[in-house]
Design a protein around this ligand. Structure first.
Ligand code: ADP
Ligand code: MG
Length: 238
């Protein structure tokens, strides 16, 4: 079980506050989208959940355990970034297996997990290729494969599709949702794209200038926006 609980979390860069007391309850297996304009603090919040950024105040708990002082590798999470840097001189299989190799997993275990992830992501025929021999969508799938092989309790995505063209973005949205339906891993997905949020989320968290404006199911936000900002951002006419 891996619910994620963010409680009264603040972040300051030096003296500059950028997150002002954010609270979010994410249930085990839920797909939550953090959405808001560029600069509102989505990545900062996600990086604090990942342990890549210190927390100035409040707590982050994963699976019921407060992790403020736990290093990223102790958090049982996997993160997919927008600039999914693959190792150019490693094959697809070696790129996907690398996190396990780092952990010192035996070769047979790495092979089994890479094969399973490749099957889920339809990369089975591409395992011996190198990144430059792949399309943008295939590369993105390899980056997701690298997250899946670790079998984490939580997936964190930070604008994973923003470097892809419009058509591919739609395809990948569907693939990420199918992946979630199959694995049921708790997922926190950051985007500035309202359509991505509306089509992918079980629950949307609308952020603005380091604060949460509203949390709700997509249709709730659409039908009953808490304020003009949410209405404008989600695209409801009210
Ligand atoms: P988003 O992901 O929503 O675009 P960010 O979390 O990247 O927003 O940034 C939130 C705010 O924090 C912005 O004002 C940004 O300029 C600031 N910020 C982000 N990272 C740093 C940093 N390392 N040092 C100082 N300010 C930062
Ligand atoms: Mg960001």
């Amino acid at each position: 079980m891996a619910p994620v609980t963010v409680k009264d979390v603040t972040k300051k860069y030096g003296a500059l506050p950028v997150i002002h007391g954010v609270g979010i309850d994410i249930a085990d297996g839920e797909f939550v989208v953090l959405v808001g304009p560029s600069g509102c603090g989505k990545s900062t919040l996600l990086r604090m959940i990942a342990g890549l950024e210190t927390i100035s105040g409040g707590t982050v708990a994963i699976g019921g355990r407060v992790v403020n002082d736990v290093l990223p590798k102790g958090r049982d999470i996997a993160m997919v970034f927008q600039n999914y840097a693959l190792y150019p001189h490693k094959t697809v299989a070696d790129n996907m297996g690398f996190p396990l190799k780092l952990k010192g997993a035996p070769k047979s275990e790495i092979e089994t997990k890479v094969r399973r992830a490749a099957e889920i992501l339809d990369l089975g025929k591409l395992l011996d290729r190198y990144p430059k021999q792949l399309s943008g969508g295939q590369r993105q799938r390899v980056a997701m494969g690298r997250a899946i092989v670790r079998d984490p309790q939580v997936f964190l995505f930070d604008e994973p599709l923003s470097n892809l063209d419009a058509k591919l973005r739609v395809t990948m949205r569907v693939e990420i949702k199918e992946l979630h339906q199959r694995l049921k891993t708790t997922t926190i997905y950051v985007t500035h794209d309202q359509i991505e949020a509306m089509t992918m989320a079980d629950k949307i968290v609308v952020m603005r200038e380091g604060r949460v404006e509203q949390i709700g199911a997509p249709l709730d936000l659409y039908d009953r926006p808490a304020n003009v900002f949410v209405a404008g951002f989600i695209g409801s006419p009210s």
